[in-house]
Ligand binder design. Structure first.
Ligand code: ARG
Length: 467
């Protein structure tokens, strides 16, 4: 049995159709349940479009004023609604706004869509939403960065083992590690700002695809809506969703950075590393094991990255086969965009909270940085200063590491005589060079972990996040 067709009364395109849409068709076609989120932007765009029609002489000043008043009331009405008004029968948010305007204003409500298409309308709405949302995400990235700066300042004297291949490699300052993450988020901020810039063009006036037939001043219209200017080509104006893909791409990379951070903190807070303890408020217990403190927030930073990358990937797949200009497939842009950017916001906010709540065990961090032969490179460098070619120095120190390992001691525990068995160039002055402080201080190069350099990096980071 087939569902009886519903009458076409609510549709914007009734004239051409003898019967209304099938209920299943409506289930796949209607976007109001999710594009309701654009209602404020739709009204914003409609206000500007009414003005543009007024300037073009299509609407009289009185008509524009009445449209403005009704749209203002509608904005308040929409703000009061707890959920999308799906019982209105409207197919999408644009239809709902028009329906309500007609109910409020009669024939004048039917005039607003003159020279406009839902194609340029939705592209404009979504750009307005994206621009506003990216601004919020940008501010949240800045908060993450500020949390890293505060951590770097708090732990300026704390050494940390630096890892490669997750094997202890060379000691660094904990602050250097914090500023490493700061840099990754700084690039994310740059990418989001770039995406925002390219999103900040106004497609309105492109109409269905060929450009509106009315004398619309698109420059003024774009500026009215706070855009940098109009899009250059009407077909591109309605077909382009690069700003969606780009925003999700930038979000994916940012989520990837949050995921890597989460993974590090999960490891560092495990009993085996025990370098850091997370705040109770961002961890959870076990329903069976009373001793457990689980790093759920960090695990979700790692887990959510998959979802955000999925949104970006899924949307690119939607986009890749589409002929110019508008196709209904493009309606599938909203849910991944909304979800991807929502989830990123949640991740950024919790990451700030996690970083602020980290308590590093300074003694253990120092102990860990002292172990693992993390000063072996330093000893090789010392030998180079004594005139030993680096490759030979590397070989000699490798042999000394084996000797120390066989005795269960560190390099600096070896006696001068022992050191000289494999590295004859070693002198008494080697010992002070093998201390943690000397090893750190030696990394004076720009971008290195020497305390003086790290202090400079923190100061520069402060400047960069202030504006
Ligand atoms: N709900 C549609 C979307 O989100 C609005 C545009 C519809 N355009 C059309 N020609 N049917 O893409």
């Amino acid at each position: 049995m087939t569902t009886p067709p519903t009458p076409p009364s609510h549709a914007l395109w009734g004239g051409r159709f003898a019967s209304g849409p099938d209920a299943l068709f409506r289930a796949i076609n209607d976007s109001l349940p999710f594009d309701w989120r654009l209602v404020h932007q739709d009204i914003q765009g409609s206000l500007a479009w009414a003005d543009a029609l007024g300037r073009a002489g299509v609407l009289g000043a009185d008509e524009v004023a009445r449209l403005h008043a009704a749209l203002g009331d509608l904005d308040s009405e929409a703000a009061e609604l707890a959920s999308p008004p799906t019982d209105s029968g409207a197919e999408d948010v644009h239809t709902w706004v028009e329906q309500r305007l007609v109910a409020m204003l009669g024939p004048l409500g039917k005039k607003l869509h003159t020279g406009r298409s839902r194609n340029d309308q939705v592209a404009t709405d979504l750009r307005l939403w994206t621009r506003a949302t990216l601004d919020v995400r940008l501010a949240e990235i800045r908060e993450v960065q500020r949390a890293f700066i505060a951590l770097a300042e708090r732990e300026i004297d704390t050494p940390l083992p630096g890892y490669t291949h997750l094997q202890r490699a060379q000691p660094v300052l904990l602050s250097h590690w914090a500023m490493a993450h700061f840099e990754a988020f700084d690039r994310d901020a740059g990418r989001l700002a770039d995406a925002r810039n390219r999103a900040n063009r106004c497609p309105l006036g492109s109409a269905a695809l060929a450009g509106t037939g009315y004398a619309i001043d698109r420059q003024t219209l774009a500026i009215d809506l706070g855009f940098a200017g109009p899009t250059a080509n009407s077909m591109d104006g309605v077909a382009d969703r690069d700003f969606v893909a780009e925003s999700l791409g930038a979000a994916s990379l940012c989520a990837t950075h949050l995921s890597r951070l989460g993974e590090e903190l999960i490891l560092y807070s495990s009993g085996e590393f025990a370098l850091v303890e997370m705040d109770d408020a961002v961890t959870s217990g076990s329903s069976i094991m009373p001793q457990k403190k689980n790093p759920d927030a960090c695990e979700l930073l790692r887990g959510k990255a998959g979802r955000i990358i999925g949104a970006a990937t899924g949307f690119l797949v939607t986009l890749k086969g589409l002929p110019f200009a508008y196709n209904k497939d493009l309606q599938e842009d909203k849910e991944p965009l909304f979800d991807g950017l929502d989830q990123l916001g949640l991740c950024l906010r919790i990451a700030t909270r996690v970083i602020q709540g980290c308590t590093f065990d300074r003694a253990r961090c120092r102990q860990a940085a002292l172990g693992g032969f993390a000063n072996a490179t330093e000893l090789a460098d010392y030998l180079v200063e004594q005139g030993v070619p680096f490759r030979d120095a590397h070989e000699q120190v490798g042999l000394l590491v084996r000797l120390a390992l066989s005795r269960g001691i560190t390099l600096e525990d070896l006696s001068l005589a022992d050191l000289r068995t494999h590295a004859p160039a070693v002198k008494e002055d080697v010992y002070p060079r093998l201390t943690l402080e000397a090893t750190l201080a030696k990394r004076q190069v720009e971008g290195g972990t020497a305390p003086a350099r790290v202090r400079e990096a923190i100061a520069s980071a402060r400047n960069r996040t202030e504006d």
